[in-house]
Write a protein that binds this ligand. Structure first.
Ligand SMILES: *Cc1c(COP(=O)(O)O)cnc(C)c1O
Length: 222
């Protein structure tokens, strides 16, 4: 079923959009099935779980950390994480930079923007993102690159609202591209869209979708 689900999604999205298969809570066997169908980008939201899966699975998998980050866990994934999606403070950027330096690498990150109207979602207000990217302190973080933005729309059936939230993020992304020119800001990725709203997200300019349940089936817990 996993292979069929994957193929259904892949044929329905443009080649320019990257599909991250969100495998959180799912067993190794499920990831292997997706891997054997050709999938290489996988997303996890807990560092420990990603670590264990990384150890067991083929090394050409690109591991995306999509969850809310605990700063003290960054060191455990700094040597292999491919892209960190959920960065929502300057302090977190500093810690990523510090850990990346230890491994002599540059870690690509996305800043998570707050676009949902709900109170529960993480992310930075647009103004805070601007402040960080325009600050002198940001320029000094030479072991990371902010390669774009990530956002999660409200959990609602109201497609007009979801569409509006994605539109605002895309517009802000374009605004940043024109506004910020520092070496470690290389805006290429707009990570938005999940199982329930990825078509909408792509229509509004997403370049990377994070899809879990539409590939692996429903989860018992988040
Ligand atoms: C769980 C999760 C997803 C995938 O959610 P689905 O609805 O199962 O596709 C995407 N992004 C983030 C940040 C997540 O935590």
């Amino acid at each position: 079923m996993i292979k069929e689900n994957l193929n259904k999604i892949i044929v329905s999205i443009p080649d320019s959009v990257t599909l991250v298969a969100v495998s959180k809570t799912k067993p190794i066997a499920a990831i292997k099935e997706a891997y054997n169908a050709g999938q290489r980008d996988f997303g996890e939201n807990k560092v420990q779980e990603m670590l264990e899966k990384h150890k067991e699975l083929p090394k050409d998998i690109r591991w995306h950390m999509i969850g809310h980050l605990q700063r003290n866990k960054i060191k455990y994934m700094a040597d292999f994480v491919y892209l960190i999606h959920g960065v929502d403070s300057f302090k977190t950027l500093q810690e990523i930079n510090k850990q990346a330096k230890k491994h002599n690498r540059v870690i690509p990150c996305l800043l998570q923007a707050k676009i949902a109207e709900e109170e529960t979602k993480f992310g930075m207000p647009f103004s805070a993102i601007k402040d960080v990217l325009l600050s002198d302190a940001f320029k000094d973080l030479q072991n990371l690159e902010v390669v774009g933005l990530m956002g999660m729309a409200s959990f609602t059936d109201n497609t007009t609202q979801i569409k509006g939230e994605f539109q605002r993020l895309k517009q802000f992304f374009d605004e940043l591209k024109a506004l910020v020119s520092v070496a470690n800001f290389k805006p290429q990725i707009l990570s938005m869209g999940m199982s329930g709203d990825y078509q909408l997200a792509i229509e509004e300019g997403s370049t990377m979708i994070r899809v879990g349940s539409a590939i692996f089936g429903l989860r018992n817990y988040v």
